[in-house]
Write a protein that binds this ligand. Structure first.
Ligand code: NAD
Ligand code: MG
Length: 395
């Protein structure tokens, strides 16, 4: 029986993870569930999955969770704060940690899981963008397993040979083809983008996701973050990653080999497939996903990405090439800008403007030999700078 911690249990990925987990009671048991503020939902999940620990990051919400679970026999021990997240990521009775917190807030517990040698099921791409070198080193040092949950990276993992970490060139890979839906505004007239509302940005054409990643998909910052994620996961660089716009989201990504072969992974757009893949690996287990009907799909389209329409994608490529602290600054500025857009403080094109302005204001620094505290400080400074730019735009 494998003990599982689900970081971000109340979110979109967290809920899908618990769905897969509950299909295999002979294989997995929930040891710890965590959330930020949603005590009601976490309480429901605790009653259903009976974990030993529940973490509410917010202390007020933790008190509320305690009240909600007061009458539950065998109720979980309630922890709070980032320390609580780190603690349940490193418990001896836990084998797998689903890293499904949104944003750089997921970094500390994800790193704790990697340092403790767990199988890390990585949905939280931001932690790799902010601290790729640190996280990959922690995995290598502890012997942890890092399995991608992001559907594209999970697809690439499935299309690569088992010894891919010897180097993509050595295993005959020419390049990675990272697919992107292009989001809801792929075909909108450019001049209409300034009128986009949060509701429109969050209504993704093919995937049902949390609000932050939905906005990231609409700006294509999500694909930019994923390019950086792919470089770390597969030990490559941006010259070997091609973004391919594929509106149907049926091909989840492809790998092109030296001999002319291109391998792809296909499926319905449902995150339970990559989740079940990573939880079962190397075995295949049921995910509850409807089998793909190619006759219903009928056609698959492909386009080149439009960097003029999607400046966030360009900024992410530039940050990836610059390296050092640039990806961490990009990510922090984007988190502030997206939150400001969702609060209607800036308009949709303002997101890219805040990110670009923050990158210009904070010179790139080396991360060579730097630890977590340095990166968290970069993250904090970038947030402060981005917030100043938001205020300038909003004012
Ligand atoms: P979501 O907003 O639905 O859920 C986020 C979860 O994180 C919630 O449980 C919330 O309580 C928790 N959380 C938020 N802020 C926190 C904080 N400061 N401290 C601790 N916990 C906090 O997000 P999601 O769509 O499930 O995405 C989660 C992660 O997975 C993101 O990194 C996203 O990029 C990635 N991802 C999501 C999808 C998807 O289909 N939803 C696909 C690929 C990758
Ligand atoms: Mg993805």
């Amino acid at each position: 029986m494998i003990g599982v911690t689900v970081l971000g249990a109340t979110g979109s990925i967290g809920v899908s993870t618990l769905d897969v987990l509950a299909r295999h009671p002979d294989r997995f048991r929930a040891v710890a569930l965590t959330a930020n503020t949603d005590a009601e939902r976490l309480a429901e999940q605790c009653r259903r999955h009976r974990p030993r620990y529940a973490v509410m990051v917010d202390p007020e919400a933790a008190r509320r969770l305690g009240e909600l679970l007061a009458d539950m026999p065998g109720r979980p021990e309630i922890l709070t704060g980032v320390e609580g997240l780190e603690q349940v990521s490193a418990l001896p009775e836990v084998g797998y940690v689903m890293a499904a917190i949104v944003g750089a807030a997921g970094l500390r517990p994800t790193l704790a899981a990697a340092r403790a040698g767990k199988r890390v099921l990585l949905a939280n791409k931001e932690s790799l963008v902010v601290a790729g070198a640190l996280l990959m080193q922690a995995v290598a040092d502890s012997g942890a397993e890092l399995l991608p949950i992001d559907s594209e990276h999970n697809a690439i993992f499935q299309c690569l040979p088992p010894n891919f970490s010897d180097g993509l060139e050595r295993v005959g890979v020419r390049r990675i083809l990272l697919t992107a839906s292009g989001g809801p505004f792929r075909d909108w007239p450019l001049e209409r983008l300034s009128s986009v509302t949060p509701e429109q940005a969050c209504a993704h054409p093919t995937w049902d996701m949390g609000r932050k990643i939905s906005v990231d998909s609409a700006t294509m910052m999500n694909k930019g973050l994923e390019v950086i994620e792919a470089c770390w996961l597969f030990g490559t660089d941006t010259d070997h990653v091609q973004v391919v716009v594929h509106p149907q989201s049926v091909i989840h990504s492809l790998v092109q080999y030296e001999d002319g072969s291109v391998l792809a992974q296909l499926g319905n757009p449902d995150m339970r497939t990559p989740i079940a893949h990573a939880m079962g690996w190397p075995e295949r287990i049921d995910s509850g996903v409807t089998p793909l009907d190619l006759f219903a799909v009928a056609r698959l389209d492909f386009q080149e990405p439009d960097f003029a329409r999607f400046p966030c994608l360009r900024l992410a490529f530039e940050s990836a090439r610059a390296g050092g602290t640039a990806p961490a600054v990009l990510n922090a500025a984007n988190e502030i800008a997206v939150a400001a857009f969702l609060e209607r403080r800036i308009d949709f094109p303002g997101i890219a403007a805040v990110v670009e302005g923050t990158l210009e204001a904070l010179p790139r620094e080396s991360v060579e030999g730097q630890g977590l505290e340095f990166l968290l400080d970069v993250d904090r400074r970038a947030r402060e700078q981005a917030e100043r730019l938001v205020q300038a735009q909003a004012g």
